[in-house]
Design a protein around this ligand. Structure first.
Ligand SMILES: [Zn+2]
Length: 817
């Protein structure tokens, strides 16, 4: 019997691998677009396609999401091309060196980066089916790479939610709950990060794993499929201004070629669309710009719909927009893109090679120096982008000095890092490192400054000459050998690496002190915030030295052994200025009115960067939680705090702080506490609009608005490095300013602040927005009873990429008490 069963299942397997290719509707058992398809079924369909056309389709799992869902890529072409796939890839990559004979077009289609823009994945299934059947001729000279869902966690969050809340049959009345996704929307990934802002910063596992594959292929064309508001007509290329100046004429023109082909199909069907508006090509971390800066025609396509649309919804114009309509539109542009690629394979290959060959730059090398941990953290990011870097060789250099904002000279010594544009990723180097991106238009969709030297807080000189370099070696001390008999070990404190090291020690129960004053002993100097791990504090810890040694090794930390607690200058280890760090129990507020993205940044910071436990309290029940169980409470940025923080809650928070709590208040949450009886932080009173009664042309409304806007610009601010919130910092901090709020200096505890220099050093800030900004607070601490109010007016955790801001947050947890 057993034998028969085995034989039977063997035949079944053979059968499974030779099945007839079914359409998504046939395979899924419902007409595509009449239900949402969960990710495991999407995976099943792609598997079915690969099984039934094994000679034409390769399916690859390239990774996993935070929630454990597989990330998939399907490679498809003709059987002959697929047989040669690796050779085709290698020949294509020779274009980077200018000696390629490649003939095939490479098209990469990415779907559903925003989870609740859920049509995309559905459309992808019909698209792969059509490419293998009715449109198979496109594949003769084209390789198509399809990612059915960049963000399956977010997409399933939406799909599951919709299935639970929907009417049966679905209700097209936009007031019904199925059109009102809640706070925990499916747009972002598990940690509420927007994956379409993460291509350059790679803070999320989805982006990190995808980029490895992307770099293996560097396609000619990359499309990122999206959805926008329900009432919007379809958007496709060409994109709106501003365009980054590295974008070539060919890249501009070819967007037009593609757009015109789409328009042909849309016109024939009588569908509405728009081009050249709203969606620009500047901020480098999108699914259109990042590929563009790697030589591709990178494009965003936007269907009207997203989380509001469900299976069908009545639009403002009274039409019913259905999921089937939305699928038809994304299917059309997807196929049309491959069609254009296939017709233009020759010119795509030529131009791609040209993109990598014909380049000239004002600056040819960037020389960065400063904190070694920050340099190494930057090196880790560059490795992922396959950007090459080296160490200085002692040459004298001159060029633009980022800190002084003028030309100067210095030396590229061995401890500095040299990054040059003389490499295949040269354009990406320029985009990420240049002091200030040129703006062809100030009306942009996103931040206007991101220059990595500021984000990493490194001294930088941009040189017009190519600076020679040697091999850069990251610090890897392997940890030094530790001795049980040593009186104490000391660690420096000036980077996230140090914060992670401390977080790990605290969770192991190892006792750590920190110095509030600089000290000098045994011929060495130590700064404020230095960690002191004594034998005496840890006398009862089993395997103390072994665990300390292992942890130091894990974080490549060189610990300094000292044989005494008696210092030559500063405070002895037994002084009250050398305090024990008690591991804080931390909670963060989530739910309305916090912003999902801003909440997610805090959540991700704790669990994935600092690796320190965090309790998430949602606003709908947090007032019933005993806050005395927590040492630190974080209120992330969000809109609508004023109604949440009524008199009663403010009083409660106020007394919790007075009894010893540390309240970290971020962004707009500060506004809700400012000018209240319990808290003394004050918003700056603004003078009236100085433009007075002059007539403003109606047609320039957007331009008027922009005068008051700061669209993500970098400002140079001052730091009081003697304050615990600023331990590990120097006297300057480059802040990424995203909004227009201004707060007055605190009565003591103004730690990071803007004095009279209120012009951004990079990026755009409107003329009105720059006014009245003198002497405003960026970060500060106000003692209150036995606790502290910690105000973070700017966001050091924004999108997880402002590396040099993160230590402020760690200081707020461990050093401020
Ligand atoms: Zn989107």
């Amino acid at each position: 019997m057993k034998q028969i069963l085995l034989t039977f299942s063997f035949f079944w397997v053979i059968l499974a691998f030779s099945q007839e290719l079914k359409s998504p509707s046939e395979f899924l058992g419902y007409k595509l677009g009449t239900e949402f398809t969960p990710h495991y079924r999407v995976e099943d369909y792609y598997q079915h396609v690969a099984n039934s056309r094994p000679e034409q389709v390769q399916l690859q799992t390239y990774g996993q999401t935070y929630e454990g869902r597989p990330l998939l890529l399907a490679y498809l072409s003709t059987a002959a091309n697929m047989n040669n796939l690796e050779q085709i890839r290698k020949e294509h990559l020779k274009s980077l060196e200018g000696n390629s004979e490649a003939e095939k077009a490479i098209v990469w289609l990415s779907y559903n980066v925003h989870g609740n823009e859920s049509v995309s994945t559905e459309a992808s299934m019909q698209t792969i089916y059509e490419l293998l059947t009715s449109k198979s001729s496109y594949l003769d000279n084209t390789i198509v790479i399809m990612d059915p869902a960049i963000n399956p966690d977010g997409r399933d969050r939406y799909v599951n939610w919709y299935k639970q809340y929907r009417n049966r049959p679905n209700q097209v009345d936009p007031n019904s709950v199925e059109h009102h996704e809640g706070w925990w929307s499916g747009r972002s990934n598990h940690y509420m990060f927007d994956l379409n802002r993460d291509w350059a910063w790679l803070t999320q596992v989805e982006s990190q794993q995808r980029l490895k594959k992307y770099n293996q292929w560097l396609p000619h064309i990359h499309v990122d499929f999206h959805e926008q508001g329900v009432n919007e007509p379809y958007y496709f290329a060409p994109a709106a201004e501003p365009y980054h100046e590295v974008i070539t004429d060919f890249q501009r023109d070819f967007q037009e070629t593609i757009g015109k082909n789409h328009a042909r199909y849309f016109d024939a069907n009588g569908w509405f669309y728009f081009t050249k508006e709203v969606f620009d090509l500047l901020y480098p971390s999108y699914g259109d710009t990042y590929p563009t800066y790697n030589g591709a025609i990178g494009m965003t396509y936007e269907q009207g719909g997203s989380g509001r649309a469900g299976l069908g919804v009545i639009t403002r114009e009274g039409d019913t927009l259905t999921l089937q309509d939305r699928i038809a539109h994304h299917l059309t542009t997807g196929l049309s893109t491959v069609e254009v690629a296939s017709k233009n394979a020759g010119v795509l290959n030529e131009s791609f090679e040209k993109y990598y060959r014909d380049r000239s730059y004002k600056y040819n090398s960037y020389v960065l120096s400063g904190n070694r941990d920050q340099l190494d953290a930057l090196a880790d990011l560059l490795d992922q982008h396959q950007i090459k870097y080296g160490a200085g060789t002692g040459t004298n250099i001159s060029g633009y000095n980022y800190r002084q904002q003028k030309n100067g000279s210095s030396k590229a010594d061995a401890s500095s890092m040299v990054i040059s544009t003389d490499q295949t990723k040269g354009n990406l180097v320029k985009v990420l490192f240049e002091p200030n991106a040129k703006l062809s238009d100030s009306l942009t969709y996103d931040i206007t400054a991101w220059s990595l030297p500021y984000a990493y807080g490194l001294e930088t000189v941009a040189s017009e000459k190519l600076v020679p370099s040697a091999v850069y070696k990251k610090q890897d001390t392997g940890g030094n050998s530790l001795d049980k008999a040593t009186y104490a070990y000391v660690s420096d404190w000036n980077s996230m690496k140090d914060a992670r090291f401390l977080a790990s020690l605290l969770q192991q129960g190892i006792k750590v002190r920190y110095a509030q004053k600089p000290f000098r002993m045994e011929g060495k100097s130590f700064e404020r915030g230095s960690l002191i791990i004594t034998r005496a504090d840890n006398a009862n810890q089993p395997d103390f030295i072994k665990r300390l040694g292992n942890t130091a090794r894990q974080f490549s930390k060189e610990l300094v052994a000292v044989s005494t607690g008696f210092v030559d200058s500063g405070k002895d280890f037994g002084s009250s200025s050398v305090e024990l760090i008690l591991p804080p129990k931390v909670a963060v507020l989530g739910g309305e009115p916090t912003s999902t993205l801003r909440f997610g940044e805090v959540w991700h910071f704790f669990e994935q960067q600092l690796e320190y436990p965090l309790t998430v309290l949602h606003a709908d029940y947090w007032n019933r939680v005993n806050l005395d169980e927590y040492d630190v409470l974080v209120l992330p940025d969000g809109r609508g705090y004023k109604s949440l923080l009524d008199d009663k809650l403010r009083e409660r928070l106020s007394s919790w702080v007075s009894q010893g709590g540390n309240l970290i208040v971020m962004g707009n949450a500060i506004s809700a506490l400012s000018d209240t009886p319990e808290f003394s932080v004050k918003a700056r009173k603004m003078e009236g609009d100085s433009t007075g009664n002059s007539v403003k042309p109606y047609g320039e409304g957007e331009r008027e608005y922009i005068k008051n806007a700061i669209t993500g610009a970098i400002f140079k601010t001052k730091v009081d490095p003697t304050h615990p919130l600023a331990y590990g910092y120097g006297d300057t901090y480059y802040t990424l300013k995203l909004g227009n709020d201004r707060f007055e200096f605190l009565d003591g505890g103004t730690v990071v602040y803007m004095e009279d220099e209120t012009k951004p050093i990079a990026g755009f800030a409107g003329s009105q927005a720059q006014k009245n900004r003198e002497n405003t607070l960026i970060f500060g601490v106000q003692e209150k009873g036995r606790g502290n109010m910690i105000y973070l007016a700017d966001n050091p955790l924004f999108r997880g990429f402002w590396e040099n801001g993160k230590l402020f947050f760690a200081n707020a947890l461990f050093m401020v008490n």
